[in-house]
Design a protein around this ligand. Structure first.
Ligand code: NAP
Ligand code: ZN
Length: 363
């Protein structure tokens, strides 16, 4: 099966050129983070487009990184209070994911934790998504990943009605993205493609898209190393991230993502970096089961083999966090409950322990 209902418009100035397409109702709530919408220039374009279409809007700019359930619930209440009937989400994966939850809460009187049920009486508000990072692909997924402070981890909810109705891909919004965030988010997109390709849920179509994601990112290797990005490279990374989102919409991710949530939650390691720390050892662990597809992934990326990929990731992902064997034991208590099914081979606690220890420099 293949399903991806989001309309995508991808070109420079696409919001201004297609302002009518941004209009999904009578009043918009713009959901975004503290700075990204302004820094990227996307807020100015969205505001100008809505004004040109005479559509009123309000702005909710309190979305934190790795948003908590409490944070996204507040965004939902803001949408309800202002009477918005559609959402424009601007930002990285955090505001985009938050907008999906807000779209649910705005029209459903549910307790915050009921969002994880995934079935809602009323259809969530429609969302127009404007990514300002090139990584998560949240603009084309039905997933929203939320932080559960009490449980000490992240959990996602999936709702087909939360696929954004439309996504505007304009690489210029990623122009001022700091180098390390550019690298972390590009690595997130790489992980989406690789995890999707080796997943038991991979299909001919999803693998095709995953390999194309990797080919595009592979064309950006020099830029990711040097930190010099042309507008064409920025647009290419954004396109690749969206393709990565399309491919995980079909297959989901694997243990790299569920294991990656713990370094993010406990040591604030950014999402993409956390996955990037783990993906190399994950591939070495499963190589004997899926060597052909791993080789195709490395080939698409332009890497000689998994070892060369690991060296490259070390170069672009300098991680300052320090991990101990005790940290790993704590991580295992949570990570062993998630995303085991799509893995290319059966996972034991010793497998995950080994991947963590080798990846995080504990042994
Ligand atoms: P992010 O958490 O959205 O943003 C990271 C930082 O980058 C924030 O400080 C943000 O500022 C800043 N930023 C964003 N765009 C910018 C720009 N153009 N210029 C300057 N600064 C900018 O990072 P992300 O990696 O894109 O998203 C990570 C989240 O997405 C995680 O919660 C992860 O679990 C989730 N995710 C979701 C999916 C999915 O399918 N739904 C897939 C993978 C990951 P602000 O604080 O102002 O926003
Ligand atoms: Zn991810």
């Amino acid at each position: 099966m293949y399903y991806m209902p989001t309309k995508i418009i991808s070109e420079e100035n696409c919001i201004i050129k297609n302002s009518a397409q941004l209009v999904l109702g009578k009043k918009a709530l713009i959901v975004t983070g503290k700075t990204s919408a302004v820094k990227s220039g996307a807020l100015a374009d969205v505001a100008a487009a809505l004004e040109s279409e005479a559509v009123p809007y309000e702005i909710y700019d309190k979305i934190e990184n790795n948003p908590t359930v409490e944070c996204v619930y507040s965004a939902g209440l803001a949408a309800k209070k202002c009477g918005a009937d559609f959402i424009v989400a601007i930002g990285g994966g955090s505001p985009l994911d938050a907008s999906k939850a807000a779209a649910v809460y705005a029209v459903n009187d549910i307790e915050p934790m009921q969002i994880f049920d995934g079935n809602f009486k009323n259809t969530p508000l429609p969302i127009a998504a404007v990514p300002t990072t090139a990584g998560t692909g949240s603009e084309v997924t039905p997933y929203s990943i939320l932080t559960l402070t009490a449980a000490g981890t992240k959990r996602n909810f999936t709702c087909e009605d939360c696929f954004p109705k439309i996504a505007f891909l304009d690489g210029k919004y990623t122009k001022n993205l700091p180098l390390q965030i550019t690298r972390n988010t590009a690595v997130d997109a790489m992980c989406h493609a690789i995890e999707s390709a080796v997943s038991k849920r991979s299909t001919v179509l999803s693998e095709y898209i995953a390999l194309e994601t990797l080919r595009l990112i592979g064309q950006c290797t020099d830029a990711l190393k040097s930190g010099e990005f042309t507008p064409e490279i920025r647009q290419k990374l954004l396109t690749a991230a969206t393709l990565g989102g399309i491919t995980i919409s079909q297959t989901g991710t694997t243990i790299v993502h569920s294991m990656g949530y713990q370094p993010t939650f406990t040591k604030d390691v950014p999402h993409g970096m956390s996955n990037g720390l783990l993906i190399g050892e994950f591939l070495k662990w499963c190589y004997d089961s899926v060597s052909e597809i791993v080789d195709r992934c490395m080939d698409a990326l332009g890497m000689e083999n998994v070892d060369a990929f690991l060296e490259y990731l070390k170069e672009i992902l300098p991680c300052e966090a320090v991990f101990t064997a005790e940290d790993v034991e704590e991580f295992l208590k949570i990570s062993m409950n998630a995303k085991l099914a799509p893995c290319p081979k059966n996972v034991t606690i010793d497998d995950e322990r080994g991947i963590y220890m080798r990846s995080l420099g504990v042994i």
